[in-house]
Every structure is written in C-alpha cells, then in structure tokens.
Design a protein around this ligand. Structure first.
Ligand code: GTP
Ligand code: MG
Length: 288
C-alpha cells in the first residue's frame, strides 16, 4: 500500500504552517481522516498543530549560529541545517516508521533558495519515494502580494522553478484570500488561471525600457509555454474552499484509489436530481 505526502513549500510568511494546521483540523473535524504533520523548519518558533516529528530534535538553527567555528547567520545557518538533515535521513525514517496508507504534511522552511537551486528538497523527494510515498508539492504564495502583475510574474516564476526542479505533481495555492476585499478578490480572479499574454499588455505601458519590455515578454512567453502554472484560492475560513484544495491534491497523488467504494447515502439518492424530468421541464418551458 502506498503512503501519501504533501510537501508544503513557499516563500517566508506565505502561510505554510497555518495551511498545515488548517488541513489537519479540516481532515479531523470535517472528514474524520487522520493526517500527521512533520515540521521541517529548523528555525520554527511555534506552530499550532501537534507534530509527528520535528527537525529541531535533530538540529536547530540557533545552535548552528552560536557555534564559534561555523559562524553562520540565519540564512546560511538554515542551509547548513538542511544539508545536515539530508545527510541524516535515517533520523526521519525512524520518526516516520513503516505505517501503510498514512498521510503526512511536511511543513518546510521559507527560504526560497531551497526550492530554486539547492538539491536538498529534491533529495528529500527521492528519499520519500523510496519509502513508497506518493509526494505532491504544494506551493503557497501570499495573495496580498499577487494583486499586481509584476509581483504575480515573480510568484509564478518561483512556483515554476520548484515544479521543474522537483519533478513531482504540484498544486499552487494563493493563501490568505480571507484578507482580500471584495474588489481585490474580483481583481485577483484573472491571476488564478492567468493568460500571460494579456498580462504583458497590462504591464507594457509601465515599462519604459525597450530591453526590459522584451525580457518581460520572453519570461511571460516561457510561463505560457509551460501552461502549467495556475492557482487555487485558499481561504482558511471557508470549509468548501479547503475541501476543493484537498481534493485536487488527493487526485494528484491518487489518494483513496485503494479505499473501498462508498455507496451514496440513501438520502442523497432521494435528493439526486432526476435529469430526465429536469430536461423535460426545460422543454416545456421553451414550448410555452
Ligand atoms: N488571515 C489570514 N492570515 C494568515 C493566513 N495564513 C497565514 N496567516 C498569517 O500569516 C502569518 C504567517 O503565517 P505562517 O503560517 O507562520 O507562514 P509560514 O509560511 O509558515 O512562515 P515561515 O515558516 O516563517 O516561512 C501569521 O501571522 C498567520 O497568522 C490566512 O489564510 N489568513
Ligand atoms: Mg512556518
């Protein structure tokens, strides 16, 4: 039986830890499903979910920074911790055990270089796959920063680079939708499933330099050629919205394909629309 994992990634403060705790709560309280979380951020201070494993038991950024021989700052310290982690995957194996059919969220750190060019996340994915995990990347970006096309393009590039370097299915999510005004929500709709060529038109009036304009066009063209980057809105206060995101991820890793098929409840069958009658009504309406 396979095991399932979500690798929750994204820039600093994009809402990764909040996403994990929202998902755990949703799965337990609404769906009656068991989901575990592993904290992979060696600089994490607090999070409001209970952890199955915590990288800080293996190594902590503060200890690395205080080490007189290493003398790292916060970012170098984090990279050192993640490389140390990659050399000690047996620690993670010990924590995860060999439970079949388990579903684990990995709450990753926010340093963007981990998803663009450092090898550690790719090594983690390969290791998880060896342990029979089906892994889905979940890339979070903060909707607050996505309301302008330039910021949006850079968010898309970050998501795309994680997608290309990890080579796993990836679901991109726009977080903190609950903070947007109605007007901003309407405005952001065009960014969820973006047409990069119309975005170029939006931005081109703001670009004075011809070379910069050409570069922007080339980047937008590249994103459009992949046509793989679109975003799902995530509003943690909206149960339906959380459910849709989870369904997309479950589908990407084929969660549930080995579970028993559930018969629809009787009451559902009673309430199911009778399509023949519906279409008959429509025909009647047209006739009159
Ligand atoms: N209103 C609202 N606030 C959110 C949401 N998600 C995150 N936040 C807030 O944004 C801040 C950062 O959220 P975190 O979940 O810690 O973000 P993170 O990506 O784990 O941050 P790092 O681990 O530091 O990279 C916190 O103050 C959260 O309360 C959301 O969906 N809605
Ligand atoms: Mg966090």
């Amino acid at each position: 039986m396979p095991r399932y994992a979500q690798l929750v990634m994204g820039p600093a403060g994009s809402g990764k830890s909040t996403y994990c705790s929202t998902m755990v709560q949703h799965c337990e309280e609404v769906l009656n499903r068991s989901v575990q979380v592993v904290n992979l951020d060696p600089a994490a201070e607090h999070f409001d979910y209970s952890v199955m494993a915590d990288i800080r038991e293996l190594i902590e950024v503060d200890d690395v920074m205080e080490d007189d021989t290493l003398r790292f700052g916060p970012n170098g310290g984090l990279v050192f911790c993640m490389e140390y982690f990659a050399n000690n995957f047996d620690w993670l194996e010990g924590c995860l055990g060999h439970v079949e059919d388990d579903y684990i969220l990995f709450d990753c750190p926010g340093q963007i270089e981990l998803y663009t060019h450092l090898p550690v996340m790719k090594q983690l994915v390969e290791q998880l796959q060896q342990w029979e995990f089906r892994v889905c990347g979940v890339f979070l970006v903060d909707s607050q920063f996505m309301v302008e096309s330039f910021k949006f393009i850079s968010g898309v590039m970050a998501a795309l680079s994680a997608m290309v370097s990890l080579e796993i299915p990836q679901v991109n999510i726009m977080t903190k939708m609950d903070l947007l005004s109605k007007k901003a929500k309407k405005e952001i709709e065009k960014y969820l499933d973006p047409n990069m060529y119309s975005l170029i038109e939006d931005t081109s009036s703001a670009l004075k330099s011809k070379k910069f304009k050409k570069l922007t066009e080339a980047i937008c063209g590249l994103i459009d050629d992949y046509s793989m980057v679109h975003f799902l809105p995530f509003d943690r206060s909206d149960e339906e919205c959380v459910n849709i995101v989870l369904q997309h991820i479950d589908f990407a890793i084929q969660y549930g394909e080995d579970l028993e098929f559930k018969e629809p409840k009787e009451s559902d069958a009673d309430n199911a629309p009778n399509f023949d009658e519906y279409f008959q009504d429509k025909v009647d309406e047209q006739d009159t």
